[in-house]
Design a protein around this ligand. Structure first.
Ligand SMILES: [Fe+2]
Length: 304
């Protein structure tokens, strides 16, 4: 494969002030948090992959974002860093020294690690069919099933310079621009086939963690998930609605630290080898196609 680019978001790592609160929140969301050596590992309910690490810290703060790459590409990434004059950092204590660690000029600590491609190779199944004739399409509220996201879809990071971050993630990690909204937000996909965005970049005075987003299979599941979160004490958020950039149906649940956890269904997919034509449209025309207005502080970075 000639293309040099990371293929997946392997996992994110965020410090939070209270791991027991995190455990309650992500369990209610439908994930499977597990205590591991004094931290919380965030798995999907099927335990297919560890998508997140939550460590205890004085306040919520993004620690690093880890990207997966094909093992054969690791020496090429190392050579690229050298060619671009980017310093290769030592791994943080206890983490993988075989990985490539670096910091973006915008302040994001990044890991590139050899690992399985955990982003999908085709659009994820999306159920939109009306019920068959002579069957009921729904059930009583008391019988509503729980929603268990299938996988991480993407992570949204705050950045002090959206344009420079687009360049960094393109030139160093090989991600490509899917769409952007001026210098407010941008969405990047992987060259080996991924959802419309593996990462989103959101303008802010400093770096930080805006949200993690989780793939579910229908608008119904977006709604059921949001309803379950509301009765579990997590009613604050934004949704349900449909994004323009990425086309996904969404509901964002506000976490206990002012960032968000998103249910996402039906996102656009960019197959390997596609020359996706990026658009640039103002936020009022592209943030959402329909749905309620976002909360006033939706892109307030509480980490700074
Ligand atoms: Fe999102």
């Amino acid at each position: 494969m000639d293309l040099l680019g990371v293929h997946s978001v392997d996992h994110f790592c965020v410090a939070v002030p209270d791991l027991s609160k995190a455990r309650e929140f992500y369990s209610a969301f439908g994930l499977a948090p597990a205590a591991q050596g004094g931290e919380l590992a965030l798995f999907d309910a099927g335990r297919a992959h560890r998508w997140g690490r939550l460590i205890e810290g004085p306040r919520k703060q993004l620690q690093y974002l880890s990207f997966g790459a094909f093992a054969d590409d690791m020496p090429r990434f190392a050579a690229r860093l050298e060619q671009l004059g980017i310093e290769r950092l030592k791994a943080p204590p206890g983490l993988d020294d075989d990985s490539i660690w670096l910091r973006s000029p915008q302040g994001h600590l990044i890991e590139i690690r050899a690992g399985d491609k955990v982003s999908p190779n085709e659009p994820s199944a999306f159920v939109a069919d009306p019920p068959a004739s002579s069957t009921r399409g729904t059930f009583c509220r008391s019988e509503a099933p729980r929603v268990y996201p299938r996988r991480l879809s993407h992570v949204a990071l705050y950045t002090p310079d959206v344009g420079a971050s687009i360049d960094f993630f393109r030139d160093v990690l090989g991600l490509r621009l899917s769409d952007r909204s001026l210098n407010v937000v941008a969405f990047l996909h992987g060259v080996h086939g991924s959802d419309h965005h593996l990462i989103a970049l959101v303008t802010s005075p400093g770096p930080g963690f805006h949200h993690c987003s989780w793939d579910v299979g229908s608008v119904q599941e977006v709604g059921l998930g949001s309803a379950h979160m509301a009765v579990s004490g997590y009613a604050a958020g934004w949704g349900c609605g449909r994004h323009v950039l990425g086309s996904n149906y969404f509901h964002y649940v506000r976490d206990p630290w002012g960032s968000y956890c998103e249910y996402s269904a039906g996102m656009d997919y960019v197959p390997c080898g596609t020359d996706w034509q990026a658009t640039d449209s103002p936020p009022e025309d592209s943030m959402f196609l329909w749905g309620p207005a976002p909360p006033q502080d939706f892109i307030t970075n509480f980490e700074i």
